[in-house]
Design a protein around this ligand. Structure first.
Ligand code: ADP
Ligand code: MG
Length: 335
């Protein structure tokens, strides 16, 4: 349906019509005795587990542009970036809550696409949308998602557990999302692969859970702010330093091709965020087990450096083999 279809605008559907439309699409879940429709949701988490809760805001023209993404992808990403935080603790994702402030020019078909994307991402994680809030925005489209997960209390992987000499690993490829964003900002249309990596990231829940089950990760974080910035968060909370060998970084063939032509853009790849891959630290004696897990999950897990003592700070070996001190900085909303 087109956006100018009179029967298809938001004012026609109304707040409660909209909520009802969302409610109808949510499948029943035995861990949700009360879901959408009451004053509160009632949810159940496994006995002896602690509740993991995380929230992320996505604001139009701060986090995304409506012209750069489909509403379906925006729905998926809104769930994915939250699910990624649960993955980074090694948890299971269970329940999500969706707050939306909608500009009046959004039509019902767009919103349906958004909801479909959001619910597809929830389903992929085995998680259920349990509630939210819906209102009008006189400004941008605002999406506020809360995710709740669970994990056995003694299995949680925090940012603070890195040990000196630990191997530092990242999953998948890094830098794709930042390259896509840079191209969009420069009025270049990224290739399908890059746009997908930016608009529809994959939360690494299975990896997080497997690392926990095998007790392989001493510290972990998801890559949202950028490789160096997020490693910086681990360094801060683990009171350690780190060395990253940029020659080892896992780049996709698309990013590699781009860097062949534009070598300086490696900085974008290193500083840019939103890959939503996991960065984790593991005992070097467990390298074989990490390699096996990588094979089993069919997901690259690449050793990119090592944890050092705190006074080492952050250093990198660049692609020419030169070692230098670097700042642990990435994206910062207030800079
Ligand atoms: P209240 O006035 O008590 O806050 P609402 O009328 O805002 O209740 O919401 C009614 C029900 O619909 C609640 O269960 C709420 O969690 C759910 N809900 C509202 N908006 C959304 C949304 N965007 N996605 C999912 N559930 C929603
Ligand atoms: Mg409400």
């Amino acid at each position: 349906m087109k956006s100018n279809d009179k029967n298809n605008n938001l004012s026609n559907l109304g707040e409660f019509g909209l909520i009802e439309q969302i409610r109808r699409q949510v499948k029943s879940d035995s861990t949700v005795p009360v879901g959408i429709g009451d004053d509160c949701a009632a949810t159940i988490i496994p006995e002896d587990h602690v509740l993991l809760t995380s929230k992320d805001l996505l604001i139009e023209d701060v986090h995304f542009r409506r012209s750069w993404t489909s509403m379906y992808q925006l729905g998926r990403k809104s769930a994915a970036v939250n699910l990624s935080d649960v993955a980074a603790m090694g948890g299971r994702a269970n329940h999500l809550f969706l707050g939306v402030a909608l500009p009046i020019d959004i039509d019902a078909a767009d919103l349906e696409d958004f909801t479909r994307g959001f619910l597809d991402e929830c389903s992929a994680a085995g998680a259920t949308l349990c509630g939210g809030d819906t209102c009008r925005s006189n400004g941008p489209l605002i999406i506020s998602v809360t995710v709740q997960g669970s994990i056995a209390a003694n299995q949680m992987v925090k940012r603070s557990g890195a040990q000196i000499d630990d191997d530092i690993y990242v999953s998948g490829f890094v830098g794709d999302s930042a390259l896509a964003l840079a191209q969009l900002q420069g009025d270049i249309t990224p290739c399908d692969y890059l746009i997908l990596r930016h608009n529809q990231p994959t939360p690494r829940l299975e990896l997080g859970q497997q690392l926990v089950q095998r007790q392989l990760a001493n510290a972990m974080i998801d890559l949202s702010d950028g490789l160096f910035a997020d490693l910086g968060h681990i360094m801060e909370q683990s009171h350690c330093g780190a060395l990253v060998d940029c020659r080892c970084l896992p780049f996709s063939s698309e990013l590699r091709q781009h860097l062949d032509r534009n070598p300086a853009d490696i900085e974008t790849a290193l500083r840019g965020g939103e890959d939503y891959e996991l960065l984790f630290c593991a005992d070097p004696n467990r390298a074989d087990e990490v390699a096996r897990l990588s094979q089993q999950l069919n997901l690259p897990l690449t050793h990119i450096g090592n944890i050092k003592a705190q006074d080492y700070s952050l250093q990198r070996i660049d692609i020419n083999g030169n070692q230098q001190q670097v700042e642990a900085q990435g994206f910062n909303h207030f800079k």
